[in-house]
Design a protein around this ligand. Structure first.
Ligand SMILES: *Cc1c(COP(=O)(O)O)cnc(C)c1O
Length: 334
């Protein structure tokens, strides 16, 4: 790392670079792209690779230019000006941004004091407010908390809205609804290649839903939304099961080491921060003066994210984690 370069633990990307061997396969795949032609509008090969990886039917998947694009597609396709959509705050900030662009009415349901999601209350508010679309992340960014599948089932069954379940971090947890999405006609699951899959630069996300919702998504998205390079390289990556499994294990190890290190500091300096018990590739801190910690870390060359009232720290390489832990300990000792 060159002088002046910062340690970025702020965007929840994977810290693992693409292995050399895979980079070589990328070059080969690139050489076979007919660049003078439009890409496959249905992105069939990459949808098939995604579907195979997660054990779901390819016909129920649609690809997007990142799951960010799919969020935009869902908001523009399923909401009209003045329609109500709900979020459970704090949550991923792009939901509210998309709602605003769509001039939809934002029903912002607050999470509980401990950042948990109250399913009964959410159902009640959504149905009372005639919410047409409910969107939330599970596990949640920024809280890192995961809602157990049983609770998700209850929520999806209880609301009259279309539920967009953003599982951007579900590779790090165990409560995915992918195995049972077909049981619900009001459920869309979003997944991304930007986090556990380690391909944030590729811009590749997927929507999974039963018919007719998935057909509506395909009809609304722009025809060539996923470019040929992303389709080709995404297919390469998603077909490398062993590599993905190893990468996931490495990230989980880093996450667990970082958590253990932070918990140890927490025991030595009680009362300075609380760590939420999450299942993601980042840790969420609750503390008195979050901005002060962020500024302190920034001066040490470590960039973290302050969002939704929490300090969010992505796990990194051994060296990056060590640098963060050293700085955190220093901060606690001030
Ligand atoms: C990172 C993230 C996304 C965006 O993923 P892309 O596929 O890179 O657009 C979506 N939702 C949540 C909750 C995220 O944290």
């Amino acid at each position: 790392m060159g002088a002046g370069e910062k340690i970025h633990l702020d965007a929840n990307e994977s810290f693992l670079p693409v292995p050399q061997k895979l980079l070589e396969e990328f070059q080969k795949a690139m050489g076979e792209i007919p660049f003078h032609r439009y890409p496959d509008p249905e992105a069939r090969l990459v949808c098939q690779a995604f579907a195979d990886h997660y054990g779901i039917p390819a016909e129920n998947t649609a690809a997007g230019n990142g799951s960010d694009e799919l969020i935009t597609v869902l908001f523009s396709g399923f909401l009209e000006k003045g329609d109500a959509f709900a979020t459970i705050e704090p949550d991923f900030s792009m939901y509210a941004v998309n709602g605003e662009i769509q001039e939809a009415r934002h029903v912002a349901i607050p999470k509980g004091k401990d950042f948990t999601l109250d399913v009964d209350r959410t159902i009640e508010i959504c149905n009372n407010e005639k919410v047409k679309l409910l969107i939330f992340s599970n596990p949640c960014n920024p809280t890192s908390l995961v809602l157990p599948r049983e609770e998700v089932r209850r929520l999806v069954s209880g609301v009259k809205a279309l539920v967009v379940l953003d599982e951007a971090y579900m590779d790090f947890s165990t409560e995915s609804m992918l195995p049972e999405f077909q049981r619900y006609d009001n459920l869309v699951i979003l997944r991304t290649c930007s986090k556990a899959i380690g391909m944030a630069a590729l811009r590749l996300g997927f929507a999974v839903a039963g018919h007719p919702v998935i057909d509506a998504i395909k009809a609304v998205k722009s025809p060539y939304n996923v470019n040929a390079v992303t389709q080709a390289l995404g297919t390469q990556v998603l077909n490398r099961k062993r590599l993905l499994k190893e990468a996931l294990e490495t990230i989980l190890r880093s996450r667990d080491e970082l958590r253990a290190g932070v918990e140890k500091i927490g025991r030595n300096y009680p009362g300075i921060f609380t760590l939420l018990p999450g299942e993601t590739n980042f840790l969420a801190f609750v503390l008195e003066n979050p901005q002060k910690l962020c500024e302190f870390l920034d001066q040490k060359g470590i960039v973290v994210r302050f969002t939704g009232g929490l300090v969010r720290v992505t796990c990194g390489t051994k060296e990056e984690n060590a640098a963060f832990l050293k700085a955190l300990e220093e901060y606690c000792g001030l």
